[in-house]
Design a protein around this ligand. Structure first.
Ligand code: NCD
Length: 447
């Protein structure tokens, strides 16, 4: 596969909505007889490079590939890889994608790692979870389950509960829900709300508006003091449903997606009184038709006696992961073609090389960890926002570009000064603060 043609799944946005729906139909076909496809990818090799623990994701990818007739090589424990000797992800994927394997599935603890892998590998890369950032292949499985359960995605009322801050499954899932026109109720464990960059992306790309919500009728997971937020896209078909977006009373829930506290990414935060879903929760009138979802592994966020309720679909999510991943693999390997158009990426972004001292503020970003050795900071600029916003091209974390310097005269201005606007785009150098501009050798505007 030539480099320019390769497709990666780094973010759920790398597939268009129509492509996702088409993949669901392929997954249905695979599922009808899982054992009937052992010629489709014969000869292809998938490598799973997992630098973080995994049971389901790795094994279901491996099972999918074996069912398609392909082969699997696996680095499943970082202690046994050269990462423990200091090898970079970039070098590992260049090696493994350079003749060892035809497709890579990568899981890594650092935010933005999947983009790095996709950038350096010659073969398609699937993000198997990169830090707290995204987990788009899991989202395909979750969406596929929900779509099968409910027959549609548009207009569904989906409650996201628990650690919304560090759950990468939640981040990819909420972008997809918004794209398909579902409404989202966030019910975070206090202090673990959706990060700002996720909310901004929802608002920017899908016109999602937030309102206060009350899910009064949901005992067990939402104590009465728990503030819920309602996120709805401003698409006309949904706006029509609500005349008043300031306080939404949620009376019907289609799915409750529970997540475990992502303790491996916490820095000592307390999770005492973390929400827990019980049979009582499911007794609520609003939950009558709800599906209970969880990416697994469960720790103790869902009582075991909820498992045999027909509305509990978390084991089904895991099971449907196999045909869904078969469809994804077959597509990325070029063994099935989709009729749907690929995503049209909005061209609002421009790469900004931040040579003059800008640094991503996310301490977990790969650019601040192993990438320090070889990655140049890279930002996307959104000039339409006030002040302009730069987001890290790897982990998406945002910083405000409050000062703009001239690359040649080395003079800097406030972003909204008339002189700043006169600097040609190719000469602009952005800074977060005056101190940063001065540290980079720029002088303040004398005027
Ligand atoms: C999730 C993950 O790794 O982010 N697990 C999975 O892929 N099934 C969720 C989690 O670990 O909580």
């Amino acid at each position: 596969m030539a480099d320019q043609e390769k497709r990666d799944l780094v973010s759920i946005e790398d597939l268009s909505g129509a492509e996702i729906l088409e993949l669901f139909h392929h997954a249905d076909e695979f599922r009808a007889n899982l054992r009937a496809w052992s010629d489709l990818c014969r000869g292809a090799i998938m490598a799973t490079l997992f630098f973080e623990p995994s049971t389901r994701t790795r094994l279901s990818f491996e099972s999918s590939m074996l069912r398609l007739g392909g082969g699997v090589i696996s680095a499943a424990d970082e202690k046994n890889t050269s990462r423990s000797k200091g090898e970079s992800l970039a070098d590992t994927v260049r090696v493994v994608g350079g003749g060892y394997a035809d497709i890579l599935v990568v899981r890594h603890p650092e935010d933005g790692a999947a983009r790095v892998a996709a950038q350096y590998a010659r073969v398609p890369v699937v993000n198997g979870g990169d830090g707290a950032h995204e987990h788009p292949n899991k989202t395909l499985c979750d969406l596929y389950t929900l779509w099968k359960e409910k027959g549609r995605l548009e207009g569904l009322e989906v409650v996201l509960c628990g650690d919304l801050r560090y759950s990468r499954t939640i981040h990819s899932f909420c972008y997809a829900l918004a794209r398909f026109g579902a409404n989202i109720v966030t019910m975070p464990y206090p202090g673990f709300e959706l990060p700002d960059y996720v909310l901004h992306r929802l608002r920017r790309d899908y016109g999602v508006q937030a309102a206060a919500a009350s899910v009064a009728d949901l005992p067990g997971i939402a104590g009465s003091s728990n503030a819920a937020a309602y996120l709805t896209s401003s698409k006309p078909h949904q706006l029509a449903l609500f005349t008043n977006l300031t306080n939404i009373e949620v009376n019907r829930i289609d799915a409750i997606y529970m997540t475990r506290a992502q303790r491996e990414r916490h820095t000592g935060e307390s999770t005492a009184n973390y929400p827990r879903l019980s049979r009582t929760t499911l007794d609520a009138a609003a939950a009558r038709d709800a599906r209970v979802m969880h990416p697994l592994p469960r720790v103790d966020e869902i009582d075991y006696d909820v498992d045999d309720d027909p509305r509990s679909v978390y084991f089904r999510q895991a099971e449907l992961g196999v045909p869904m991943r078969m469809a994804l693999m077959a597509f990325l390997l070029g063994k099935i073609q989709l009729r749907a158009a690929r995503p049209a990426f909005a061209s609002v972004t421009r790469g900004i090389e931040a040579g003059a001292g800008l640094r991503c503020r996310n301490e977990r970003c790969i650019t601040n960890n192993e990438g320090v050795r070889y990655l140049a900071p890279d930002f996307r600029l959104r000039e339409a926002e006030v002040p302009p916003v730069l987001s890290c091209a790897y982990c998406e974390r945002e910083i405000e570009a409050r000062f703009v310097g001239h690359g040649q005269s080395r003079v800097f201005h406030r972003y909204n000064a008339p002189e700043a606007r006169r600097i040609k785009p190719e000469n602009r150098v952005y800074f977060e603060s005056e101190a940063q501009a001065q540290a980079a050798g720029f002088q303040p505007n004398a005027g």
